[in-house]
Design a protein around this ligand. Structure first.
Ligand SMILES: [Zn+2]
Ligand SMILES: [Zn+2]
Length: 293
């Protein structure tokens, strides 16, 4: 905590029996100093660290959470085994995808994550949270000896999915070590299509692990969206998701406020009030953190 404050590192650190899972942001040298500080703690010597860039710090503060399970499956008893041979490096993974035919490729992330990008031909389960994954898997009637490849954002969720699948009898399961982020670092613009959803203000990172220029969070429902609209109420631009574009009250409005006024009085325009405040804040933030490039 003190060290994070000293180095102005922000983000969320989740700790549990399975280990530690965190996304943190800061200036490059500060991050390196922070990680080397953490790795001096016994048990944390061999952490897997993945870097991506952001023009601004996508977190407001530094927070540590202690949880029974880091990846919630309501099974704190399942403990991943680091030495497991079924972790494929990005290169091994790439070889299977480009040279083999007989396998099933499953994305273990939630539907809104897979919607903006996934591996070509991957099956994307229609799940809203990871706890639904085992149930969904049961309904698929996959033969237990089938070669199954699973992946997620950073390789953490799959650690758990894999142990769970092995327990339910699957004996030919492989996971992508370090997830999509690790793969894109070595193989951009290859077998992964689109962008990779991330759980911070960047919404997604592109094939070069840079903050998305296409996606923003929909002002109505918070899902990623790349449909730019001009607000029928105030003429500001916003990115509204397809689902919300179909709902009349949210249809082509830039904010909850404009949607509300649209319902009350569809024909009257209002001033660009709310959005100019947000834009002003964004500009200030950018200016304050611009050395972070
Ligand atoms: Zn929406
Ligand atoms: Zn508006």
């Amino acid at each position: 905590m003190t060290e994070a404050k000293r180095l102005s590192v922000k983000g969320l650190v989740i700790m549990g029996c399975e280990g530690i899972n965190t996304t943190i942001a800061g200036l490059e040298q500060d991050l390196k100093d922070f990680i080397s500080y953490i790795s001096q703690t016994p048990g944390f010597e061999n952490m897997s660290v993945k870097y991506s860039t952001s023009k601004m710090i996508p977190f407001r503060r530094f927070k540590v959470q202690i949880r029974d399970e880091i990846v919630t499956l309501n099974r704190p008893d399942l403990q991943p085994n680091e030495k497991d041979p079924s972790h494929l490096t990005p290169e091994e993974w790439h070889n299977v995808l480009t040279k083999e035919q007989d396998y099933l490729l499953i994305d273990t992330r939630n539907w809104y994550e897979t919607e903006i990008g996934k591996f070509k031909n991957a099956i994307a389960p229609p799940i809203t949270e990871f706890t639904e994954f085992p149930k969904w898997l049961e309904t698929q009637n996959i033969p237990k000896e089938k070669k199954v490849l699973i992946y997620c954002t950073g390789g953490i969720r799959c650690e758990k999915a894999q142990v769970e699948m092995k327990e339910s009898g699957f004996n030919n399961v492989f996971q992508l070590k370090d997830g999509i982020l690790g793969y894109l670092k070595e193989f951009p613009n290859q077998t992964f299509d689109g962008e990779c959803f991330v759980f911070d203000h960047r919404v997604a990172v592109d094939q070069n692990l840079e903050a998305s220029k296409n996606f923003d969070l929909c002002p109505h429902c918070g899902q990623p969206s790349n449909n730019e609209i001009s607000c029928v109420k105030c003429d500001s631009t916003a990115k509204v998701c397809e689902r919300c574009l179909e709902k009349e009250a949210r249809f082509e409005t830039c904010s909850k406020n404009c949607a509300h006024h649209y319902v009350m009085n569809p024909n009257k325009k209002i001033r660009k009030h709310i959005n100019s405040i947000t834009m002003f804040r964004e500009t200030k933030k950018n200016a304050a953190t611009s050395p972070n490039k």
